[in-house]
Design a protein around this ligand. Structure first.
Ligand code: DHB
Length: 319
């Protein structure tokens, strides 16, 4: 039987599967449930310095295999999640997600984390599309460079990663990689939801905030997510691992993310739409996919995407 174990930032995991931040991770009991599921680990709901109630409802909508959300960062505040992860016997394997709402929040968040003695990984969210009146830092490269400088001054090398929005231009991948490669990141998580999409039911928007605009997740965004993981795997320093997120619904999808270079993957919409049994189901499907190609370990095919050649295209055109 194939082995699903993998590594992120030198830490060992029994499989590449975990939740995406925001899904089933906002309260203690949800994190307890993730701990007892087949997920290899969990990431917490992205925390701000203070507790937030988030945007007015309706703020989340499922449609087929997709979702639209404008949650607005409802969370219990950093102290709550720090208390939870620090009592966890497996702290070092956990990922704490944080969102600085301003650049001044970065050292304040890091002080709290440091003072608590937390020694797990930290995901710094540079891509929330849902805070009214705030830009996505990941789309403003000058601001992003500035944020990274302060992040570098505030966090220990190799302790943190950043969650990025999707990019759609090859030059943007170059520009983002150029900024990130200057710093000792443990990982990059690509992608956050596709920001400010719109869904309509009958004649009405399906969520309330921002005239219905919200982050799109689910199967539809998988090709975008794969492209982002692939592009960053090609451009980032090899010691920066990649977490692949976006539209995963089955084991074949996970296989494709790993081919593109992901060391781990996160489940968002599919986990919101199904229950925690999805981890075991996707694990089984990943086993089957690896068996199909006779891979015994993740490292045998991680980043080994094969490129179609001109002559292949002629014979294989009608797949
Ligand atoms: C929220 C959404 C995001 O995509 C994100 O990265 C952080 C927070 C939210 O609306 O709560």
């Amino acid at each position: 039987m194939a082995q699903l174990n993998t590594q992120l930032a030198g830490r060992h995991y029994i499989s590449p599967l975990m939740n995406a931040s925001g899904i089933h991770c906002g309260l203690d009991y949800m994190l307890d449930e993730l701990t007892h599921s087949k997920a290899a680990t969990y990431i917490t709901k992205s925390a701000t310095l203070q507790k937030r109630l988030g945007n007015p409802e309706p703020r989340y909508y499922n449609y087929k295999q997709n979702s639209l959300n404008s949650m607005g960062l409802p969370n219990e505040g950093i102290d709550y999640y720090l208390k939870y992860v620090n009592q966890d016997p497996q702290t070092a394997q956990r990922i704490l997600s944080i969102t600085p709402l301003t650049i001044e929040d970065i050292p304040l968040l890091s002080k709290k984390i440091d003072a608590s003695g937390y020694d797990g990984l930290i995901e710094i969210n540079l891509s929330c599309p849902n805070i009214l009146g705030k830009p996505q830092i990941g789309y403003d490269f000058d601001q992003m460079a500035h944020y990274m400088k302060v992040i570098d001054q505030s966090f220990y090398p190799g302790s943190y990663g950043v969650k990025l929005p999707p990019y759609f231009d090859l030059v943007h991948f170059d520009m983002v990689a150029q900024i990130l490669n200057q710093y000792p990141l443990a990982f990059v998580n690509s992608i956050n939801s596709v920001g400010n999409a719109l869904m309509i039911h009958e004649q009405q928007t399906v969520i309330f905030p921002k005239n219905g605009h919200g982050g799109l997740g689910g199967a539809t965004i998988k090709p975008i997510a794969l492209a982002n993981v692939h592009a960053f795997y090609q451009r980032l320093n090899k010691n920066i691992d990649i977490i692949g997120t976006g539209g995963i619904t089955n084991g074949r999808d996970v296989f494709e993310f790993i081919l593109c270079g992901a060391s781990m993957v996160q489940l968002g919409t599919v986990l919101a739409q199904k229950n925690l049994d999805i981890f075991e189901q996707i694990e089984n499907e990943l086993h089957a996919e690896m068996d199909k190609y006779d891979y015994k370990t993740i490292s045998e095919f991680k980043g080994k995407l094969q490129y179609i050649q001109e002559n292949d295209a002629i014979s294989g055109a009608s797949h």
